[in-house]
Design a protein around this ligand. Structure first.
Ligand code: GAP
Length: 437
């Protein structure tokens, strides 16, 4: 476990609000418990996290395709998936203060009042139920999906019929999921509305163990590659008794959160559970005929299932640092440039029109390649600190010498080193710094 500042969660939560990453939802009405809105910087960063996932899971592979399935689903899907029956948490009420808790999270002591007297546990289904259309009754009941995964299983036949893939191949999806969590907590770690990045990888059953290990390694390395230090990550294999209803084996990538090791992502071997269940319940065969062996079989599924919003939180926590620059303490987010909200900030030294003119020309030149901020307010030192605090890797300062030598200063967020670069070389200089050339 790395050594973390005791108030790290508060610091990151405050920064996230103050600098436009994450706001409490409906805050002007007192907030709506455990829902969050992503602000101007947060939406950039969350999008970058999802884009990086899509890049590595879909774009850079020839064996994975994407879909975007509906969030609302009929009860039949959730009866087949097992969620109607088993997607529950054990819920207890404290007999003293009446607070409601998840039994498996409180060690027999009420966290609010310390009482040890509870009601008998009841199974509480985590799915949000709603009505589709104006008709009351069973036929119109719909559920908000609690995982994106089922869209990949119900569309297995459609995807197979419309693209030329054979196992091993995967279907990926990024999107919102909803769970009526009993105890949402720890900022955006566990919320009722969140985003998932999931991929179902369909394999011949005999190859399942090999691919399970492959995806555990690949997903662990994705976080490392995007800048989370190895000491913040570990793998945790679930005990048999703790497995979800569909799983034959699950390994989590865990992260060192301020409250201890906890789940970041789960990589499960779902066996043939889902395709078999949907085949049985729908009457539509969901299997694969291999023309090379003349064999028909139900593929096994290996599922790397990540949370986009939870991953963004982990990236923020791991990136937060305080150091001393020129005798002043600064807070800095050492985010990888690929997920930082802004990659480049253009900072004209003054508001004089001649400086603004050339600065805006530079901005227009860089914008197609990098997400840029443009800031002319306050002293240059304060502007550097502001960019450091939100993780902008490069600041471009345009000063009066620029008008003479057609050069600007490029400042590196982490080293604070400043280099003079010709405007004509600026784009390739930034591409070199971000390993794109
Ligand atoms: N399809 C499998 C599945 O949904 P899960 O472990 O329940 O597995 C996968 O969820 C990931 O989704 C988790 O590792 C976590 O990152 C994210 N996640 C799950 N519930 C969440 C919640 N209430 N709030 C934020 N993220 C959540």
């Amino acid at each position: 476990m790395p050594e973390l500042a005791p108030d790290l969660l508060d610091k990151v939560t405050n920064l996230a609000k103050r600098r436009g990453f994450i706001f409490q939802s409906a805050e002007i009405y007192g907030g709506f418990r455990s829902t969050y809105d992503y602000g101007p910087l947060g939406v950039n960063m969350l999008r970058n996290v999802k884009d990086q996932w899509w890049l590595s899971m879909v774009q850079l592979r020839d064996d994975v395709v994407g879909i975007d399935a509906a969030i609302l689903g009929p009860p039949a899907v959730w009866a087949a998936s097992g969620h109607l029956e088993t997607f529950t948490d054990p819920l207890v009420d404290c007999r003293n203060c009446k607070e409601r808790w998840r039994e498996d999270k409180i060690d027999g002591i009420c966290p609010k009042c310390g009482s040890k007297e509870f009601t008998e546990p009841r199974a509480f289904n985590l799915m949000f139920k709603t009505q589709a259309g104006p008709v009351e009754g069973e036929g119109a009941t719909a559920y908000l999906r609690p995982e994106t995964a089922q869209g990949m299983f119900t569309n297995f036949g459609n995807v197979l019929a419309s693209i030329r893939k054979k196992p091993p191949f995967g279907i990926a999806q990024v999107g919102k999921s909803f769970r009526n969590e009993i105890t949402p907590q720890n900022f955006v770690f566990r919320t009722r509305e969140f985003e998932q990045m999931e991929m179902e990888y369909f394999v011949p059953p005999a190859e399942a163990p090999k691919w399970h290990q492959y995806w555990i390694d690949a997903r662990y390395n994705w976080y490392i590659n995007l800048g989370i230090p190895a000491e913040f990550l570990r793998l945790h294999e679930h005990a048999l008794a703790d497995l979800s209803h569909y799983s034959k084996g699950t390994t989590d990538v865990e992260f060192a959160y301020p409250w201890g090791w906890d789940e970041l992502e789960g990589i499960a071997n779902r066996g043939d559970y889902d395709l078999t269940q949907h085949s049985t319940h729908s009457g539509t065969k969901l299997d694969y005929f291999d023309p090379t062996t003349n064999e028909r079989y139900t593929p096994y599924v290996i599922e790397p299932a990540a949370g986009a919003t939870r991953a963004m939180m982990a990236f923020l926590l791991a990136a937060y640092h305080e150091d001393v620059v020129e005798g002043e303490t600064r807070s800095v987010l050492r985010l990888d440039w690929r997920i930082a909200p802004y990659q480049v900030a253009i900072l004209p030294l003054s508001k004089k029109p001649e400086l603004e003119g050339v600065s805006r020309e530079i901005l227009a030149k860089l914008q197609p390649h990098f997400m840029c901020d443009y800031d002319v307010t306050q002293s240059i030192g304060k502007r550097y600190r502001r960019q450091d605090e939100v993780g902008t890797p490069f600041c471009i300062t345009v000063d009066f010498d620029t008008l003479q030598d057609q050069s600007v200063t490029v400042r590196d967020r982490d080293t604070t080193e400043q280099t003079r670069v010709k405007i004509s070389d600026l784009l390739s200089d930034l591409r070199r710094r971000t390993n794109q050339e």
